[in-house]
Design a protein around this ligand. Structure first.
Ligand code: PL4
Length: 398
């Protein structure tokens, strides 16, 4: 058996296991160190009571004749209906909303659907799954060489207000766009998203809009969904998740919206293809998770989502304040759980190591998110309050 060339093409190990490995190595060498993680964006706080009741009642129902359910391939209808109502003003039918086991898993399945023929464009920096997953399927014919030739990096920096120059886009490509952005914390405005939609239409491209952090937006003038933009239904797919708003990183629940108006250049339905992919290589999200999702989206659940995201945003404020006081230039942390901090002229992994050694704080090196992330560090606001406060004290040493 020959090795899949596309796997061989991936340059480095996946970013987050690499961060975890360096943490383990440091802990082994310094067994007394009390390491605090502001690294991987993993939720830390308990699921709040009303949503938790939804989960436990969902589990209890499975032990009854009346309440038992088996496969629910595209998700329970009530949850799809509620997602449409809560997030999209009811503009999508239930057959346009597909429940999943998380945004990352759906991104992988979308990559499978668009296949090797489709080049990709990513915000640079961006969540590594967009690039690594594209290389894995040989996006844009990338299996033939280094694996990266099918990927266009669109730099997002302070100079362009973290919104890319779209003139570099190739035709017929998949544009991955994440807002609030991981890792920069920048949120695209309505006019910027309208520019993005127009560029996609002009190029015959589709946008994969990752809205995993939309519930962290506090500025009411900022759009939470690509579907707030007219015409987006004809050129965009949105992925979203209960992970960061409801603390479901381990529970696993998300969704993807594929409008029936979304058509390939030959007029075929993308919605029909997505349904085919979902039914072929996916067997649906856990029905217990979906019961939790139903609870998360009623009035009590939505209040808990607000409370939990407010808590992490409180952490973000503390981290950002301490960095700014130390004279470090930062973005994010106001409408996002990530703070993006600049260390001019420095190598990201070198700064990562310095922060670990001086402060025993784990971060994520910006270069792991793309070439434009070099000289940046991402601080995650997911942590217990006491740990974040302690980390902030230690970061004063920087
Ligand atoms: C570590 C922009 C975190 N092992 O939980 P999901 O699958 O619904 O959502 C994952 C996800 C999707 N979209 C964006 C994200 O940032 C994330 C989660 N990212 C991070 O620290 O950047 C967790 C990373 C996890 C992973 O690889 O996803």
């Amino acid at each position: 058996m020959n090795r899949n060339k596309c796997i061989a093409n991936i340059k480095a190990g996946y970013l987050f296991p690499e961060v975890a490995k360096r943490r383990r190595e440091y802990a082994q060498a310094h067994p007394d160190a009390k390491i605090i993680s502001l690294g991987i964006g993993n939720t830390t706080e308990p699921i709040l009571p009303h949503i938790d009741r939804g989960l436990t009642e969902g589990a209890a129902k499975l032990a009854t004749f009346e309440g038992y359910s088996g496969y629910q391939d595209e998700g329970i209808a009530e949850l799809r209906e509620r997602i449409s109502k809560v997030f999209y003003k009811g503009q999508f039918g239930i057959d346009e909303i597909f429940i999943s086991d998380g945004a990352k898993c759906d991104i992988g399945r979308l990559q499978l659907m668009f296949g090797a023929q489709t080049p990709a464009a990513v915000q640079d920096p961006s969540y590594p799954v967009y690039v690594d997953g594209s290389v894995l399927i040989g996006a844009g014919g990338g299996w033939e060489d280094s694996g990266y030739k099918g990927i266009t990096y669109l730099p997002c920096t302070a100079e362009n207000d973290y919104f890319p120059d779209l003139s570099a886009l190739k035709p017929n490509c998949l544009i991955y766009f994440c807002s609030p952005n991981n890792p920069t914390g920048a949120v695209a405005g309505r006019e910027q998203l309208a520019v993005l939609v127009r560029a996609a239409q002009k190029n015959g491209s589709f946008i994969i809009f990752d809205a995993a952090y939309s519930e962290y937006i506090r500025d009411s003038g900022l759009p939470k969904s690509i579907f707030e933009i007219d015409e987006a239904k004809t050129c965009a797919i949105e992925v979203n998740s209960f992970s960061k708003p409801a603390g479901f990183t381990g529970v696993r629940l998300g969704w993807t919206v594929v409008s029936k108006e979304l058509k390939y250049s030959g007029g075929e339905s993308v919605n029909a293809d997505w349904s085919r992919i979902a039914s072929t290589v996916f067997n649906g999200a856990s029905n217990i998770s979906q019961a939790g999702g139903m609870a998360a989206l009623d009035s009590e659940g939505l209040a808990e989502i607000r409370k939990l995201s407010d808590f992490y945003l409180g952490n973000a404020r503390l981290i950002r304040n301490v960095l700014v006081k130390a004279g470090i230039v930062c973005t994010g942390g106001d409408n996002s759980p990530y703070i993006w901090a600049r260390f001019p002229g420095r190598d990201s992994w070198e700064v990562f190591t310095e922060i670990l050694e001086k402060c025993q704080v784990i971060t994520t090196p910006g270069s792991g998110f793309g070439p434009s992330g070099q000289s940046f560090i991402r601080f995650s606001a997911f942590g217990h309050r006491a740990d974040v406060e302690e980390a902030c004290e230690r970061l004063k040493k920087l």
